[in-house]
Design a protein around this ligand. Sequence first.
Ligand code: BGC
Length: 820
Amino acid sequence: MSGKLAAYETEHMEKLRKIAPECMVLLKNDGSFPLGEPGRIALYGNGARNTLKSGTGSGDVNVRHFTTIEEGLENAGFVITNKVWMDHYQEEREKAKKKFVEDIKFQSEKKKIPAFFAAMGAIMPEPEYDIPLDGEGDTAIYVLSRVSGEGSDRKVIPGDFLLTDTEVKDILTLERKYKKFMLVLNVGGVVDLSPVKDIKNILLLSQPGMTVGDSLADAILGKAYPSGKLATTWSAWEDYCSIGEFGQLDDTRYKEGIYVGYRYFDSVDKEPLFPFGYGLGYTDFEIKNVHVLVEEKNVKVSAVVHNIGRYPGKEVVQLYVSVPEGKLKQPWQTLAAFKKTEELQPGESKEYVVEFSMDELASYDTESASNIIEAGDYVLRIGNSSRNVEICGIVRLAENVLLKELKHLEGETDFEDWEPEVKRQECLEEKCFDIFVIEKEKFTKETTGELPEMEPDIYDLLKDLTDEQLAYLCLGNFRMGSESESIIGNAGSYVMGAAGESCDRFVKNGIPVMVMADGPAGLRLSKTCGRDEQGIYSLESSLDPFLMEFLSEEMRIAMGAKNEQGIERKGKPFYQYCSAIPTGTALAQSWNTEAAEICADIVGNEMERFGIQLWLAPALNIHRNVLCGRNFEYFSEDPLLSGKIAAAITKGVQSNPGCGVTLKHFACNNQETNRVRSNSMVNERALRDIYLKGFEIAVRESQPHSIMTSYNLLNGEHTSHRRDLNVVVLRKEWRFKGLVMSDWVISGVSFGEQKKYPVACASGSIKAGNDVFMPGSERDYQDLLDALRNPEHKYHITRENLLECASHVVRLARILKGEK
Ligand code: BGC
């Protein structure tokens, strides 16, 4: 490791090392692990040395160093007996990589796309090879890794979603050869494990951040224990719902409606390989003495969790509800509440309460455009996975409740949502459960709010600005000339490696600048920078080394590592070392909101340290399809788990003064294929109950300072261009008070041949109450001026539009500066 760690780095690393095992899910366990003490071990697989702490793209973090699994095991005192295998594999990998890079460059020229974009998220095919499995000893680990990232979706091919022949052959051979064998999955998303499902020990390590290698060693040795649960259903490719479309270039129809993830598997009663909410530990738990208590419309279920095994551990109490069908069809069950226990010692038991309000079970009725709770029996199911639950009570609602009148969202689809033909049946009569009746009177009809008046002090700051000056405030800060500085997520000029910033032209007028840096797996900044008489600049090594191969000369200059003459700058170096926390999916797998809050507090601390006001995270798009290239950044297939983790992260970051989060990508950004111009076609019910739900939970519970709209269109219009989403839903329905920004739309860059839809634009966004168009460019500024001056402009805007958006910029900038 290079250099001595600063105190904050050590402190953060220690915390993260403890949290990482919470995110690991033990899928299979025959009792051979933990090992108890280090010894001789054979270590195979593509992730042994090339371990991944996260995926690629804006969701990656530039750490000083992170421990690979090879290092982690050696740090813990293991002696690796097959270094020859590892070296040999490395040679095979280098050969494959060379060919891969050549292919990308060739394809990018052919398709006329900048090589950098063609390379973003591209996945190198895993080579096939035949290297003797000759590591000594009776214990072996095989680390299977898979990477993905922004810009590309995953594919159902060997080396990506599927295992290669070599991987299957080696894993099965090792299982027979070694007395103790564990398959470790260092992956960001699901892989089809069906060919190796009989392996007796499988650990989903995931990509849990910078201590990945050390944390795995801790778990293997029993110094820590995996206590995560799946946040998404794991199954064979053929088992997933194939009703909806995925990855279409222009229109992608979400025909499966609300039947996403376990809602599909459970409703059609299909057994997945590993269900949602599932995860073993080294120990076993029993959930007993379950009692239901209903107060007003709040349902509380208490249960005693008893550690009946030989090791300490943590369990997750999960409460699901089967909502009765009336006018609306419902999935078999829905997660309604959960609670992770503290560490329980062998023999120890403790009581926990999980609770929810019946309001939270409301569904959207498209016909009446309202949220309703229908009369009938609500079956409560408690357990430790979606497939291991027992009925613990019934809540009976005698009459229908109209909870909230809403407005239809704009746009249309050309299909009706799929519904299962045969309803899964269950015979409740024979069994005897407590029934709790809730009267309709217990519910209060919610109202939609009105927009608050502009605060007088903000109006005073804005009233004398010209329209042109207001237009600048509604754009990200940009320098005249090249747009390429924005291309590499490196548009910031105040903090190197920051993704962007708000307008800095009116700092003297009392409007501070906000610097924004990416996430979600930590704070993404350049780690090594320089300072010379021209200012500060990033050093090239801050970028993903793989992507470096594809940078054009212009981009290198724009990054600042070279001056205009192409000469390396040689200023005084300085460092911005940030901590990589577990990826979004890994954090969700912890099912632990306190752990998520601690990780977020680490990020907040580093934001303060390096002068970042807005973190471009958490990302809470739904795992709609296991092939989405950015799933590792996102939490889960379930909106409740997503919303609760996002709310915890928001609290953790925003507990640090001057720091805010940016929930992203609002909404239905569930694929990377043609990501800036693809149209997600979603019917209102699924939109409200699945895709907006997590955002709503996070907004209501934690008031995030900012939200980022998504690149995609939704039912025919870009989300940033939709006033119904940005103003009506966000501000009036959910009472969001912060800033709405666009995703990073680089309007001047060609993405290959023209597709059906254009990219989003500044005028369309500002007109729709998307307050800031990011990262901002001269072209966007001209677009705003045209839209102001020309009443025929497609997105004609007025001074009021600019004032509305600018006021949100000013309000937040002043709050984060501590001036409000
Ligand atoms: C990504 C966002 C990210 C932004 C800034 C975009 O390409 O979609 O998630 O925050 O870049 O780097």
